[in-house]
Ligand binder design. Structure first.
Ligand SMILES: NC(=O)c1ccc[n+]([C@@H]2O[C@H](COP(=O)([O-])OP(=O)(O)OC[C@H]3O[C@@H](n4cnc5c(N)ncnc54)[C@H](OP(=O)(O)O)[C@@H]3O)[C@@H](O)[C@H]2O)c1
Length: 372
């Protein structure tokens, strides 16, 4: 068990501006956190130490065994993620581990329970405090790495496909970034619906992998015009759903590829991120190419657009709970099988960022606290 600190020395949120970064006497009391020291290249990442946080009323503390790394955190490091706290800060939206301290009033989650949890930043740390409602017990069969790979990717995928998109049998979807964390989650979840066709864009070396996950039509967006390919594959009809986290001009292209009744899911702006540093010219070019959707055009063409920002939905726990419980049930059925590309120690966080920035990953990159 980690030691208990006097409340005055132990603020409950590691991303709080009052959070003191210092080294404690005993390693057992020390939190290790991947800290974005300032906006910039991967070298700005440092593992810093500070006192373990203490749970307040209604909160639980989790000894983190694995934490998910997401595109958002790459953007946060580059200074391109408006929701992120100001540096120095600890980001991270999801963890898996064991409950090791309970705040007042929490009686239904015993210490020692293995959980996955959503965090609003602070997840890239060896210990994190979350509201009780954000922590979900996991089955023994689920590894820590799998559990840490679930909240962001699978909730995003599930929410888009089923809550917003109402995916139906025999529909066709266009999935960009198909070999990434969200993409592989989508490929698994669509298997719960009969005869869904997935057209997935990814670089060519990932196509066999995509086929093995059930993607019927991989497209190499680097060498092929994906819009032309989609029209060819669908005999000009277009698709029922576009899942687009590229953003900018691709949203317009996706909108134009929708069949009657089609839904465009706008859930990211990866086009803004290039290489290891912020490129303002690229950012501006993409911003000006964001399409302006008109309700009139949507009415005339029978199309719709949804925006998704899961970070802004974390508090909508009644909306998310049934979805996460469904994903965990599908894991037990063997349908959900998180694709973990690599488990990288906190001390090598820069390498973990590099895997995503240089587009090497197939599936999820997971961070694990260093063993001391
Ligand atoms: N709105 C939300 O709540 C939410 C939640 C989760 C994720 N997202 C967004 O969804 C997207 C995918 O997330 P993820 O976690 O699945 O990503 P990921 O696992 O890091 O996958 C990224 C993959 O996408 C491909 N890619 C295509 N265009 C890219 C570009 N312009 N920049 C970088 N990679 C590109 C690369 O593979 P190739 O080799 O095929 O190019 C890369 O390996 C991100 O934009 C993220 O911000 C949004």
């Amino acid at each position: 068990m980690r030691g208990v600190l006097p409340p005055s020395r132990a603020p409950s949120h590691p991303w709080s501006p009052h959070f003191a970064l210092s080294t404690l006497r005993s390693l057992e009391d020390t939190l290790h956190a991947i800290t974005i020291s300032r906006h910039g290249p991967r070298s700005v990442l440092e593992v810093r130490e500070s006192p373990d946080p203490q749970p307040g009323p209604g909160e639980v503390r989790i000894a983190v065994a694995a934490a998910g790394l997401n595109f958002a955190e790459i953007a946060a490091r580059q200074g391109l993620y408006p929701d992120a706290p100001k540096p120095p800060c600890v980001v991270g939206y999801e963890v898996a581990g064991r409950v090791d301290a309970l705040g007042a009033g929490v009686e239904d989650l015993p210490i020692g329970t293995r959980v996955l949890a959503m965090t609003r930043f602070g997840g890239h740390a060896s210990s994190v405090v979350v509201p009780r409602a954000f922590a979900f017990p996991i089955p023994d069969s689920m590894s820590d790495a799998h559990a840490a790979a679930i909240p962001v990717n699978y909730l995003t995928a599930h929410h888009m496909l089923f809550h917003l998109g109402n995916l139906k049998p025999h529909e066709t979807i266009l999935l960009h970034m198909a070999a990434g964390g969200v993409g592989t989650a989508v490929l698994q979840l669509v298997k719960t619906v009969e005869d869904v066709t997935v057209i997935g864009s990814a670089s060519a070396p990932k196509h066999d992998y995509l086929r093995s996950l059930g993607c019927q039509h991989p497209i190499d967006y680097r060498t092929q015009d994906y819009a032309e390919e989609v029209r060819r594959i669908t005999n000009g009809r277009g698709v029922d759903m576009v899942l687009d986290a590229l953003g900018g001009p691709d949203w317009k292209t996706g909108w134009n590829l929708l069949a009657p009744g089609g839904r465009l899911m706008a859930f990211g702006f990866a086009n803004m991120i290039s290489g290891g540093r912020r490129n303002l010219l690229r950012v501006l070019r993409n911003l000006v190419s964001v399409p302006r959707f008109s309700p009139l055009a949507a009415m005339e063409d029978n199309r719709g657009v949804f925006g998704i920002n899961m970070g802004h939905l974390w508090d909508e726990i009644d909306l998310l709970r049934p979805q996460i419980e469904r994903v965990v049930a599908l894991y037990e059925e063997g349908i959900v099988q998180p694709q973990v590309h690599a488990e990288v120690p906190f001390s090598e966080a820069a390498r973990a960022h590099e895997l995503i920035e240089t587009r090497q990953n197939r599936g999820k990159v997971v961070l694990v606290p260093d063993t001391v």
